[in-house]
Design a protein around this ligand. Structure first.
Ligand SMILES: NC(=O)c1ccc[n+]([C@@H]2O[C@H](COP(=O)([O-])OP(=O)(O)OC[C@H]3O[C@@H](n4cnc5c(N)ncnc54)[C@H](O)[C@@H]3O)[C@@H](O)[C@H]2O)c1
Length: 249
């Protein structure tokens, strides 16, 4: 489905980003693996992708720094000649008990990585995609936008910003053949939530999910795959909640 396509996945060395990179590669895409720590994990992922028959290059950079985001997209274009798919997956979580516990510095850091990083990478990618009159931009938000709690103030604000950013870009760049959508994961079993999910808490959260389990990274990757292929050709400015029904109202 994605043979000949080039995908950049940010924060790809572990968790959801890794699953997305593997899913896109399984379907034929060549992958630019962005990471900012865990070099070994990034190298392992490169090997997995190559074993699947796709090409992969590594790019160590911090998406919250505009020059580094530009370097990431430039690398994709220099290596592969174009960029077809950008998945803005890199992100950090922050959920102290109360918004009163969030320092100004931490608030700024969450916005810098989750929201500004998504903006910087998307704008650089869009400039390239406009030349080819086609492209897919995917933002990763969170079900926390639907169900924000006090301690997630910074995180929820950053992710709701991602959703509005994606919708705004969808409006503006649709005429250039660029689809811009969002995947909003519910609680997913990755390192981000490993301290939060004690066995008791996991049970409690699962009991509030109609499908009665947390998401796996692969669940999220499958929704991203749909938005990255022509299966979703006529869909733009939309959000897919992948949360087992947790936020059904
Ligand atoms: N795990 C969940 O329950 C959950 C739920 C909703 C949304 N999400 C979102 O999914 C995405 C992936 O989360 P995850 O659970 O896999 O987390 P994770 O912590 O396992 O992975 C996050 C990745 O982002 C990278 N990253 C962080 N800051 C970066 C920066 N400045 N530049 C480049 N890379 C950076 C990390 O190195 C890591 O590879 C995030 O955007 C997160 O907010 C996760």
């Amino acid at each position: 489905m994605l043979k000949g396509k080039v995908a950049v996945v940010t924060g790809a060395s572990k968790g959801i980003g890794r699953a997305i990179a593997v899913e896109l590669a399984k379907n034929g895409a060549d992958i630019v693996i962005n990471y900012c720590s865990s070099e070994k994990a990034a190298k392992d992922l490169k090997k997995i992708i190559e074993d699947l028959g796709s090409k992969a290059v590594l790019c160590c950079c911090d998406v919250s720094v505009p020059e580094q985001s530009k370097a990431l997209i430039d690398l994709a274009v220099n290596e592969f000649g174009k960029i077809d798919i950008l998945v803005n997956n890199a992100g950090i979580g922050l959920a102290p008990p109360s918004a009163l516990d969030i320092s100004n510095e931490d608030f700024a850091k969450v916005i810098d990585i989750n929201l500004k990083g998504t903006f910087y990478c998307s704008m650089e990618a869009i400039k390239e995609m406009m030349k080819n009159k086609s492209g897919k931009i995917i933002g990763i938000s969170s079900s926390a936008v639907e169900q924000p709690r006090g301690g997630t103030a910074a995180y929820s604000a950053s992710k709701s910003g991602v959703e509005l950013l994606m919708r705004s870009l969808a409006q503006e760049f649709g005429p250039y053949g660029i689809n811009v959508n969002t995947v909003a994961p519910g609680p997913t079993e990755t390192e981000m939530l490993k301290d939060f999910f004690t066995p008791e808490r996991k049970k409690e959260v699962e009991s509030g999910i109609p499908l009665r389990r947390l998401a796996t990274p692969k669940d999220i990757a499958k929704a991203v795959l749909f938005l990255a292929t022509d299966q979703s050709e006529y869909i733009t400015g939309q959000k897919i909640l992948v949360d087992g029904g947790r936020t059904i109202r």
